[in-house]
Unconditional design. Sequence first.
Length: 527
Amino acid sequence: MTVLDEAPGEPTDARGRVAELHEIRAQAVAGPSEKATNAQHAKGKLTARERIELLLDPESFREVEQLRRHRATGFGLEAKKPYTDGVITGWGTVEGRTVFVYAHDFRIFGGALGEAHATKIHKIMDMAIAAGAPLVSLNDGAGARIQEGVSALAGYGGIFQRNTRASGVIPQISVMLGPCAGGAAYSPALTDFVFMVRETSQMFITGPDVVKAVTGEEITQNGLGGADVHAETSGVCHFAYDDEETCIAEVRYLLSLLPQNNRENPPRTEASDAADRRSDVLLDLVPADGNRPYDMAKVIEEIVDDGEYLEVHERWARNIICALGRMDGQVVGIVANQPQALAGVLDIEASEKAARFVQMCDAFNIPIITLLDVPGFLPGVDQEHGGIIRHGAKLLYAYCNATVPRISLILRKAYGGAYIVMDSQSIGADLTYAWPTNEIAVMGAEGAANVIFRRQIAEAEDPEAMRARMVKEYKSELMHPYYAAERGLVDDVIDPAETREVLIKSLAMLQTKHADLPSRKHGNPPQ
Ligand SMILES: CC(C)(COP(=O)(O)OP(=O)(O)OC[C@H]1O[C@@H](n2cnc3c(N)ncnc32)[C@H](O)[C@@H]1OP(=O)(O)O)[C@@H](O)C(=O)NCCC(=O)NCCSC(=O)CC(=O)O
C-alpha cells in the first residue's frame, strides 16, 4: 500500500505533517507509474506536467486541486483512486501574464473525463473567467469515462456551457495532443483556436470502428481525424505542427499577440522596424496586370514589423489569408485575398474562415486591415447548392458588426459583391485606400460588355471588333483607377511604397475609436 491508497496517518507534530504532505504531493506529481510514463513517451507524447512546463514561464505554475480523487464506485473504481483524477489544473504565467491551464493525464484512465475530473475543469474555467485571463486546455483524453456513465457525460455539458459563456470574454485555446473522441472533440470547437500535432493527435465524433459499422467506410484514425485532415480539409484546426515542443512554443507566441480579456487591448511592444519604412519592392511584387498571380503573403511580410506574422488556418481555404502581426508594435489582424490560390476568389470556405477571424479580432480589440485583390465570388453549382449565399453572408455580417478600427486597401481587383463584402467603405470601414493599380468595378470589363452591349455585339457586322470596342469603352468610362476616388468611395489613392506608413498613421489615429452597436440581446447571424 502507498500513501495514495491510505488515509493519512496519526498526527505526530507539525514537521511530521509537513513531511507527510510533501510525500503525498510527490506521489501526486509522479503519477501512476514509471511504466505508464514510459508508455506515454513511447507514443511520442509528453506527460501532462511536461507539457505544462513547456507552456508556462519557469516555476510559475500553481496547481489547484492536486489532491482531488473521484468518489465513484463499481467496475473496480473503488480500488483505483489516483490523485488529480486524471487532469492537472492551475495557473501560471506566459511572458509574465497570467494564463489558466488544464491538462489531461493520459496515464490515468486514458485521460477520460469522470465527474471529479470534470468539476476540476469547471472550477479552473470559472477562475479564468473571474480573473479575466486566457484558458489553455492541453487535451489528451479518451472522452467520457465509461465506468462513470452519464455523470461523466454531464461533466462535458458543464464545460460546453462555460466555453460558450467565456466566448469573446477571455481567449480560449485548445491544444490537441492525443486521441480526442466524442465529448472531447466538442469543447475545442467552441474555443477560439485549435492546435494539433501530426501523428499523435486526432479528433473525431465517432472513431474508425463506429464509422465502419455504420457506413462501411474503412479508414485509419489519422485519415479520419488527424492534424492534416483538420488543418486542410475540415478547417476544424487552426494550426498543425510536427511535434509537441514546436506546437506549445507557438501557443506561447499566439498568447503574446492576444489581450488577457475583452476589456484590454493586445499588448503593445516597442517596434524596431521604422514606421515610415518605404516599400518600393511592392511595385515589383504585385504585377499591374490583374490576371497575373502573385503571393499576397509576401506583401504582408513587407508591410508588417520585421516581416513577422502568424497565419491562422494557413492550409485551409488558401484563397484567403488571415494573419496576426504587428505594425509599429500594435497588434493587427490582416485579412487578404490570395491571388495565388483560385485567383483569390471568395468561396464557401474562404468566407467562413475570414468571418470567424474578423469576429475573433473584433471580440479581442484587434484592429483589422483588409487587403483586397478579389475577382468576385466563385461561381458554380456546388457553391450555390452548398449555400454560398449564407456562408458569404457570415463574412458580411462579421465585418458589419465589427466595431474595432477597420482599414481596407485595394491593391488591384475589387469586383462586385465580393468588393462590398471585403470591408468596403459602404459597410463601415473607417478608412479605405487604393493603389493606382486598382480596378474597382461591378464586374470585369469583358463580362460587363457582354451583358450590357449584348444586342449591339450580336447585330454588328464584326461582333469581335464591336466587343473589343465596347470593352474599351466600358473600361475608360467606369474602370479607371480614379473612378472610386472621384466619388469618395476610397479616401485616397496612395503610392504602394508608402503603404506601411499610411496604414500605421491611420491605425494611430483610430486608436481612440469608440463605436456602439444598438442595444439587443444578440443578433441572429447567418449560420
Ligand atoms: C483513446 C484510445 C484511442 C486510446 O488507445 P490506446 O491504445 O492509446 O490506449 P488504451 O486503449 O490502452 O487506453 C489506456 C487506458 O485508458 C482506458 N480508457 C480508454 N478510454 C476510456 C474511457 N473512455 N473511459 C475510461 N477508461 C478509458 C483504457 O481502459 C486503458 O486503461 P488501463 O491502462 O487501465 O488498461 C482508446 O482507448 C479508445 O478508443 N477509447 C475509447 C474512446 C471512446 O469511445 N470515447 C467516447 C466515450 S463516449 C463520449 O465521450 C460521449 C459521446 O460523445 O458520445
